[in-house]
Design a protein. Structure first.
Length: 394
């Protein structure tokens, strides 16, 4: 009986919940990280820069706008043959343990992206610390400068870039998305690209200079091209990633513009193999609401709504065709993963053709089928601020 009590007491001591705790005061909390290729090619080293949260500034109530080396964050850097090696050099400069759990954003310099990201992504996914849902960006110039972007509304550049990605104004790619695209049939990856950090060093600059400058396209793990925001918008339609957009059109033979915001969109890829010819149809079904009517048309008239619907349909079609010309005819990269659509529907044919896909892809005939429905003309019927006798009702 006494032995039983001894065992219970011993178990109670062993099961204590705080014996291996790590206090938050002992952690260096990373909010963003940047990976750059070192200029000395002979050493083949990379530079890891981390943006670390500075709790002392927050507790002192000084706050304010921040960036790399700002009030609420500080930047530490180290070089090495890979991220793990560089991280050990950074850790030697810090009195606290590096903690990846709150890292929201990973920035890759353009040189590092063109040199290949497979090894970097392997560390970020394999290591238990980094979040798989953290967002990825490619930066013009050095990624470290991206950590120094000044923000007006957010406490750090990391928080600003995270909010920008979560709004889906441009491409939004996480670590998991990158890995999944790398494993797709086309092996083509799209990552949002941001302006060179050196051009966004003041609140005034960030208010007048766009942060997003399009997308970086990768073949396997290496960046091969940078495409404009206009091409990116068409790619987002092809990939069914348009969630926030304003489509402004000018209906034919009508004075003024109409702006429509899609409330629901669905894109379906329909591949067809017939008599040895491979074709694919991009079917777009979208619904939207009119948010601004700069014409004299009373949009309560179904005939006028039909005119606006056709104008929106033509605009979406033009965006898709413009992007397809760039990615299919010029760059010859399967950004929309047409390969995956053919693989799912025609697995046997795909197995025979997959080794020739890069040569086949530029010659695939792409058709579009776009259906647009405007469900709501807005809170008013006739155009506001226009005399009633000038409104066109029919």
């Amino acid at each position: 009986m006494r032995a039983g009590y001894v065992v219970l007491v011993f178990c109670g001591l062993v099961l204590g919940g705080c014996w291996d705790r790590t206090e938050i005061n002992d952690l260096a909390i990373i909010t963003a990280a940047a990976i750059d290729k070192e200029e000395d090619d002979e050493k083949h080293e990379i530079r890891l820069s981390i943006q670390v949260f500075n709790p002392r500034q927050l507790s002192s109530g000084q706050g304010g706008t921040v960036g790399g080396g700002g009030e609420l964050t500080a930047v530490y850097s180290g070089t090495g043959v890979n991220i793990s090696d560089a991280m050990s050099k950074v850790q030697a400069k810090l009195p606290r343990i590096i903690f990846w759990g709150h890292c929201k954003v990973f920035l890759f310099g353009e040189a590092a992206a063109r040199g290949g990201m497979a090894e970097h992504i392997d560390f970020l996914i394999r290591h238990p610390g980094p979040r798989n849902r953290a967002y990825l960006y490619v930066t013009k110039g050095q990624a470290k400068e991206g950590l120094a972007i000044k923000t007006v509304l957010e406490r750090s550049s990391a928080e600003g870039l995270r909010e920008l990605a979560s709004m889906h104004i441009g491409m939004a790619v996480t670590l998991v998305d990158f890995r999944n695209m790398l494993k797709s049939e086309s092996e083509v990856i799209t990552v949002p690209m941001i302006q060179e950090g050196g051009k966004l060093q003041s609140p005034t600059a960030i208010q007048t200079t766009p942060i997003l400058i399009g997308s970086a396209l990768f073949k396997k793990d290496k960046m091969i091209a940078h495409v404009s925001p206009k091409v990116t918008r068409g790619i987002m339609w092809l990939r069914d990633e348009v969630t926030h957009a304003a489509i402004t059109v000018r209906p034919p033979h009508v004075k003024g513009d109409v702006s429509v915001i899609p409330s629901r969109s669905k894109v379906t890829l329909i591949p067809v193999i017939r008599n040895g010819k491979w074709t694919i149809t991009v079917k777009v079904d979208t619904e939207g609401d009119v948010v601004e009517n700069g014409t004299l048309l009373n949009l309560m008239n179904p005939d006028f709504i039909a005119i606006v619907q056709k104008a929106v349909r033509d605009d979406i079609q033009a965006r898709i065709k413009f992007s397809l010309h760039t990615i299919q005819k010029e760059l010859k990269v399967d950004v929309a993963n047409f390969a995956g659509a053919f693989h799912r529907k025609y697995p046997k044919e795909w197995e025979r053709a997959k080794n020739r896909w890069e040569k086949m892809y530029p010659n695939i005939e792409v058709k579009t089928q776009i259906n647009v429905k405007i469900r709501r003309p807005g809170l008013i019927s006739a155009p506001a601020g226009i005399p009633q006798d000038e409104v066109i009702n029919k």
